[in-house]
Write a protein that binds this ligand. Structure first.
Ligand SMILES: Nc1ncnc2c1ncn2[C@@H]1O[C@H](COP(=O)(O)OP(=O)(O)O)[C@@H](O)[C@H]1O
Ligand SMILES: [Mg+2]
Length: 254
């Protein structure tokens, strides 16, 4: 079963065509690694998937569990089960991490139950879940009480992204460079989070520059984005090739 099917996707940011012909299939309970040179459009692909209003899908189709995503706003996509880790979470004065998570889970369960709260989702069971996940991520409890407009370090932001993903348990989780700037302990913890998402059945699109994270979260598929299209799809051997020879092989022969 396909979770997401991207067919002949063309996308613009303002007047600039960034994606010209992206074809990609994502499966549930699989880790898909997306690699590519700087500026190849990896973040653009993530933003288009989530329905960021600045990006225009001008051709092609995005089919998510059979739903055509065209014309659907970001919040609707999130309710369908798409999750994109935000590199810079919005500042909401007075809202702390735990509050944000509780709101997000409520919104999600509302979407699924068509306006009714999920009665199984009591506040205390949700709190327990949040604490259990934050312990696994080696986050101090105080972290959850911190306001979102406070400064978080780079590594803390990445763990925060993973905390959100694990609590929300999306159908598809997209991580844009979640491994960048992490020390090796944090990298292992984040990779464990990815493996846990896979175990509960989420599809994962892991956008990364480095092979490093693939040692701890082994991708089932590796895709190379270059010149606005998928230039190659395969397994770990592609990530190993990138580590040795860079992207030369795929640059310029569009
Ligand atoms: N705000 C912006 N304004 C103009 N061009 C942008 C902007 N953001 C990204 N781009 C351009 O879009 C292209 C793709 O960028 P991006 O999707 O961020 O690539 P990647 O994530 O693969 O490094 C690049 O050429 C980049 O310079
Ligand atoms: Mg990027």
């Amino acid at each position: 079963m396909k979770l997401l099917e991207i067919r002949q996707l063309e996308a613009y940011l303002e007047e600039k065509k960034i994606l010209s012909d992206v074809n990609l299939e994502i499966f549930p309970a699989k880790i898909h690694c997306l690699m590519g040179p700087n500026g190849s459009g990896k973040s653009t692909l993530a933003q288009v998937l989530m329905g960021h209003p600045a990006y225009r899908q001008t051709k092609g189709k995005l089919l998510f569990m059979g739903h055509d995503l065209a014309g659907r706003e970001a919040d609707e996509r999130a309710r369908l089960g798409l999750f994109l880790a935000f590199q810079n979470p919005v500042s909401v004065p007075g809202v702390n991490v735990a509050n944000l998570l509780r709101m997000a889970v409520r919104v999600k369960s509302n979407g699924q139950k068509k306006g009714k709260y999920n009665p199984a989702l009591t506040l205390s069971s949700l709190n327990e879940e949040i604490f259990a996940v934050s312990r696994k991520l080696d986050m101090p409890r105080e972290f959850l009480k911190r306001s979102l407009n406070e400064e978080f370090s780079g590594g803390e932001k990445k763990k925060l992204e993973m905390l959100q993903a694990l609590v929300l348990a999306p159908k598809l989780a997209v991580f844009d460079e979640i491994d960048t700037g992490l020390d090796v302990d944090a990298l292992k913890i984040v990779a464990e989070g990815i493996n846990r998402l896979k175990k509960i059945g989420s599809g994962i699109l892991l956008i990364t520059h480095y092979q490093r994270i693939t040692k701890y979260a082994r991708p089932d598929y590796v895709h190379i984005l270059s010149n606005g299209r998928i230039a190659a799809s395969g397994g770990m051997e592609l990530a190993e090739h990138v580590e040795k020879d860079g992207y030369r092989k795929w640059i310029g022969n569009s």
